[in-house]
Write a protein that binds this ligand. Structure first.
Ligand code: PMP
Length: 417
């Protein structure tokens, strides 16, 4: 029987039996893994393990089959073709692969359509995770392009109008998060793609916080590139994925070069395979790829529509929980508005780290800090926030545990009567 999001799915995740009474509200940082994912990796390592895409032995053939089968599963999960999914270390790596490839092209080492120069513009929002900001800063620095920022308001939100104001005929790239890991804003991706196409710019979607939680069809959304990580979606650490439209991936210069990625090598030069192999130089995270395939099997068995419906309810409950606590402020869209299943909180008069410690002492696992979004926190006027985030296994009981603990914070720290 397919697991049902919430208490039923929870039974599949051994973490919860090992931590009874813990409200695990840190899935946006990293997700727990179900037994089926842990087992898939164990079985592969115990009995099917061998080098992939190398040699001609039967063992190699079987391991390669499992490795490529996982790619096909991940591709299907996001509406991509198999050649459109490249294994990377994580989402951060995937975003770097795009920016570094463009830097190479700008240096004359590849397809000119990826080449940027003086006067070109790269657009990001002020809400981006550092993973989707710093690679673009560096690309701009290397090429003389200008990094242009879509501003956010006091709640940390950007708008399409704000985007339209900064996009020009010189815009070459628009890089943005599908779902913000701090505000929970869900970006209007199709509209952004339309704006980008209007000026011939490429779109790069940070899909880290959307692919694990919503049905996502990257081809239907129309983005050119996208990045996500297995460890945020019931899978292992050490592997992520870069999505790119096949014709773009076949042309993007590979950021890392070496064995396996090539056709002909001479002492002077190398020619590269088409995607995905051209980006996968060196030995890959093979058993993690297999486990990544098992993770999308698990989420597919639950059904992403069911996951999204469950998380919509949890997301609203989290937002309402914060709204119900005097002196606690919710970052991002207010309760009642569309938002992801995460809530970043500012508790007036109490530092986020103290809030996190207080919650942790009451069995509530949250994340504190700037969540790799310092520029956004600067606009919010705080150095850090406390974030509660949910996944397929989160229950309303956990949200209640969070609300109750949060409601005691200000009294404990002596900032309210
Ligand atoms: N972008 C967003 C929106 C994220 O939430 C994260 C993870 N915090 C990343 C990028 C980076 O993911 P990873 O650390 O898995 O590379």
């Amino acid at each position: 029987m397919a697991p049902i999001p919430g208490a039923s799915a929870r039974a599949d995740f051994p973490f919860f039996a090992a931590h009874p009474g813990t409200a695990y509200l840190d899935t946006a940082a990293t997700s727990q893994r179900p037994d089926s994912v842990i087992e898939a990796e164990r079985v592969f390592v115990r009995s099917d393990y061998a080098a992939v895409h190398r040699g001609s032995s039967m063992a190699t053939g079987e391991a390669t089959w499992a490795f490529e089968d996982a790619r096909e599963k991940v591709a299907r999960f996001v509406g991509a073709g198999e050649r459109e999914i490249v294994w990377t270390q994580n989402a951060t790596d995937a975003l770097n692969v795009v920016a570094l490839g463009m830097a190479d092209a700008s240096a004359g080492l590849g397809d000119a359509r990826f080449a940027l120069g003086q006067g070109d513009e790269i657009v990001v929002t002020a809400a981006e995770h550092h993973a989707n900001l710093i690679p673009w800063q560096r690309l701009a620095a290397k090429t003389g392009a200008r990094l242009v920022v879509v501003p956010v308001d006091a709640a940390g939100l950007w708008t399409l109008d704000g985007l339209r104001e900064v996009v020009t005929p010189r815009t070459r790239v628009i890089a943005f998060a599908h779902v913000s890991n701090v505000t929970g804003l869900i970006a209007p991706v199709v509209d952004v793609v339309e704006i980008a196409r209007g000026v011939g710019a490429l779109t790069v979607l940070d899909a880290c916080q959307s692919v694990p939680h919503l049905p996502v069809d990257l081809a239907a959304l129309g983005v050119d590139f996208a990045a996500f990580s297995a460890h945020k979606m019931a899978g292992p650490t050490g592997i992520g994925a870069l999505y790119g439209r096949a014709e773009l991936l076949d042309a993007l210069p590979p950021a890392r070069t070496g064995g396996s990625a090539i056709t002909v090598v001479t002492l002077e030069a190398a020619e590269f395979l088409p995607s995905p192999q051209r980006f996968e130089a060196g030995t890959q995270a093979v058993s993690q790829a297999v486990a990544f395939g098992a993770a999308v099997d698990y989420l597919s068995a639950v059904g992403m529509a069911a996951v999204a419906a469950h998380e919509r309810e949890i997301g609203q409950a989290l937002a309402e929980a914060v709204a119900a606590v005097p002196g606690a402020r919710l970052v991002g869209p207010p309760a009642g508005a569309e938002r992801a299943a995460l809530a970043s909180v500012i508790v007036d008069g109490v530092h986020a780290h103290d809030v996190g410690q207080f919650l942790d002492d009451r069995g509530v696992t949250v994340r504190t800090g700037h969540h790799c979004a310092q520029p956004l926190h600067r606009v919010l006027g705080v150095a850090a926030t406390t974030r509660a985030s949910a996944g397929v296994y989160t229950t309303l009981d956990e949200v209640e545990q969070f609300r109750e603990a949060l409601s005691g914070v200000r009294t404990f720290f002596g900032v309210s009567a």
